[in-house]
Design a protein around this ligand. Structure first.
Ligand code: 1GP
Length: 230
């Protein structure tokens, strides 16, 4: 099961196939001690740029998971495929419609077990690209807790992902969501740009996801690993 497999993940880097990353930077990230690499982005993900990044990542032993946001970008060979369900989307297509369409076409290819898992996303930063694409409704602390409970307790999803992409989030809300959950792993992502925020987020989430800073300051990105894993 994917959820078993990621039980040990405290820290992951999220790499965007649509963004440039040189070999030296990729090497440092993959040898940093992070637990895994998540490949994904809200726009510009194609088969070609995803397969290129996967080929480069495969030089390392690090687990690689693809976050599937577009069918065009689904590339075989990842260790796991994580499928976001945008719980607070105002458009049912992002909760279930696109997923059903995809399964109508490719459902027969789904492996019986192991490598595919759904992520219950709560998009909590209304200004991020994911919020724009998925038409996310604004959420307050009570909403975040309710969505987390819904995903964990009712839908029994293996992952609840509180997404603040581009902004450091309300960790009190994240902590309350975590306290309301019983089984799912809580992923937190958004605005982690150094050791201090990484350590704070890791106190309330099971897994922290570090994205943008990779492309802005490699040393600060690497600090986030040390803050969590030391
Ligand atoms: C984005 O949650 C991740 O999907 C990480 O967020 O890019 O703000 O680090 P940042």
């Amino acid at each position: 099961m994917v959820d078993r497999w990621m039980e040990e993940w405290k820290h992951v880097f999220k790499l965007d196939p649509d963004k440039e990353l040189d070999d030296e930077a990729l090497d440092a990230l993959c040898l940093s001690g992070t637990d895994a690499v998540l490949v994904g982005g809200s726009s510009g993900v194609t088969y070609d740029n995803t397969v290129d990044l996967l080929a480069r990542l495969r030089r390392y032993e690090l687990p690689c998971a693809l976050e599937v946001t577009t069918l065009e970008g689904v590339v075989p060979g990842f260790d796991a495929y994580l499928v976001p369900i945008a719980l607070n989307s105002a458009d049912a297509d992002f909760v279930v419609g696109r997923h059903a369409e995809a399964l109508k076409r490719y459902g027969h290819l789904l492996p019986r077990e192991g490598v595919v898992a759904a992520e219950g996303y709560v998009i909590a930063n209304p200004d991020c690209e994911a919020a724009r694409v998925a038409k996310a409704k604004p959420v307050d602390e009570a909403d975040i807790v309710a969505y987390a409970r819904f995903a964990d307790r009712l839908l029994r999803l293996p992952i609840v992902y509180i997404e603040y992409s581009g902004a450091f989030g309300d960790l009190a809300a994240v902590a309350k969501a975590k306290a309301a959950m019983t089984n799912a792993r809580l992923f937190y992502g958004g605005g982690i740009d150094g050791a201090e925020k990484a350590a704070a987020a890791a106190q309330v989430a099971d897994t922290i996801v570090v994205g943008n800073i990779v492309y802005q300051s490699l040393p600060l990105a690497l600090e986030t690993v040390r803050a969590v894993k030391s």
